[in-house]
Design a protein around this ligand. Structure first.
Ligand code: 5AD
Ligand code: SF4
Length: 458
């Protein structure tokens, strides 16, 4: 969501004659878009602001903006603590951004814009490209805020009430993105499954069906689904809508009913497992990923064992897991029985070790299988080595969201931009912990090459 918001900021600024530059030293305006979800993210902001201080002293006309969730959360406190900050821009204030630097020129006072409005922020869909790089994947926010109040979470306090955008506006924005070459769209919301419910308008499965009809769009993903709201109708969409990718991110947070209750998640491990079964009944090979918090206040060894057993039962494709950290606004910050940081650390390591083994086995079992891969560009390996040798390693994703790298080109030099966004069939022959490696089938290679202008620009 922050990436999407940053793009919106770049777009509103571009419309007001700002240009994106490559280095801090030549910038007149620096925006730090922030995340408050865990303490670590907030610490990162503080150290980054510290590093900006000498630059600000050297260039007094430089304006520094702190935007996003930490801006919303801390408001004037940021200005008091960091004199290098000129503007604090809350989560509902992106559209105000272009006028603020001039306002500060006229009246050299720090500006704090953190009013939260119930009205959805409707940035006009616009086709402005902010960089010249060809993009394959695009994000579109379909709703903002959250009304779920999980007890560990800061989001309802910094993003405000849940509000869904109108379907016409979402469709218009996606059509623009598709016209600019985007092939895959990720629909964003804190809880996409409750899209439109409060407003009594189009439901999320209905929205998916409308997006599925957009010509030229090839793949649809969405994050995040709250397990409590995963309806049968949505589960059925994985089978009935051809562009919806075969992957779901379904954050479970814990495998213990006692902890789920304390977290206010409103489902049990049993209902969660039932929903996983339903998803697999519609699509046996569906990729399932999740989030865990370890060391939530009061989590006993037995509670954590329940989490381990849930991982064994579900066999996730991959997991994100975090040590619990207090967020001052969230109720859990005031819960007793806080878990020792060493214990949290050990639990996290145990969880990762188990998942690593599950992913390794899963990846191993995919050797010999073929997948459609949407090419996203040169692989990380290729970019690191910057090799201009006879072969080039390309990278893309399967519908299940697995990264697949493969070699292309013989002695040609190819234009990466011309092959980004193409879908090819790859047969897997090697498995790694975070990716798969394979070979292109048949003579797809020939097609890739002849469509490029043969200049290598990775
Ligand atoms: N401490 C640790 N992890 C958290 N998350 C959210 N709040 C906290 C917190 N206070 C994690 C959850 C969520 C992900 C985005 O961040 O797992 O799904
Ligand atoms: Fe936070 Fe819970 Fe809302 Fe997700 S559903 S954003 S974890 S309050």
């Amino acid at each position: 969501m922050n990436v999407y918001d940053s793009v919106q900021m770049a777009k509103v600024l571009k419309l007001n004659n700002y240009e994106l530059v490559d280095s801090f030293s030549v910038a007149d305006l620096i925006i730090v878009n922030t995340c408050a979800i865990r303490e670590k993210a907030v610490q990162k902001l503080y150290s980054f602001l510290g590093r900006l201080s000498p630059l600000k002293k050297k260039k007094p006309h430089l304006k520094v903006v702190v935007a996003g969730c930490v801006a919303q959360q801390q408001g004037a406190k940021l200005i008091d603590r960091f004199s290098q900050v000129d503007i604090v821009l809350g989560t509902h204030a992106i559209n105000l951004l272009p006028d603020l630097p001039q306002r500060i020129e006229k009246n050299p006072q720090p500006i704090i814009e953190i009013e939260m409005s119930e009205k959805i922020l409707e940035t006009a869909p616009s086709a402005i490209a902010i960089t010249r790089k060809k993009e394959v994947n695009g994000f579109v926010t379909i709703m903002r805020g959250c009304d779920n109040y999980c007890t560990y979470c800061v989001v309802p306090y910094v993003r405000g009430r849940e509000t869904s955008r109108k379907p016409e506006s979402i469709i218009g924005e996606i059509q623009m993105l598709v016209q600019s070459g985007i092939k895959e769209i990720t629909l964003l919301g804190q809880n996409v499954n409750s899209y439109g419910v409060k407003e009594k308008m189009t439901s999320f499965p209905e929205l998916l069906s409308m997006v599925n009809d957009i010509e030229g769009l090839e793949r649809i993903r969405f994050v995040t689904s709250h397990p409590k709201d995963l309806s049968d109708q949505l589960v059925a969409s994985f089978g009935s809508l051809s562009k919806v990718c075969n992957h779901i991110h379904l954050p479970v947070q814990s495998g213990s009913n006692h902890i789920l209750k304390k977290m206010n998640r409103k489902y049990t491990r049993e209902t969660y497992l039932e929903r996983v079964d339903k998803l697999r009944a519609v699509s046996a090979g569906i990729g399932i990923t999740t989030d865990f918090i370890v060391g939530f206040p009061g989590e006993t060894d037995d509670d954590f064992d329940e989490t381990i057993r849930l991982i064994e039962a579900v066999q996730y494709d991959s997991v994100f897991a975090f040590e619990y950290s207090d967020r001052p606004e969230a109720p859990a910050a005031r819960f007793s029985d806080k878990i020792d940081s060493d214990v949290k650390h050990q639990r996290l390591q145990r969880l990762f070790k188990l998942q690593k083994e599950i992913t390794r086995k899963k990846h191993q079992s995919l050797i010999g299988h073929t997948f459609s891969v949407l090419i996203e560009g040169a692989s990380k390996n290729q970019l690191k080595n910057k090799s201009t040798s006879a072969t080039i390693e390309l990278s893309g994703r399967t519908s299940e969201n697995r990264i697949v790298n493969f070699n292309a080109a013989a002695d040609w030099r190819i234009d990466i931009d011309s092959i980004k966004g193409q879908t090819v069939v790859v047969k897997i022959n090697k498995a790694f912990s975070n990716s798969l490696f394979g070979v292109l089938l048949n003579d797809q290679l020939e097609n890739l090459i002849t469509e490029g202008d043969h200049s290598y620009v990775a």
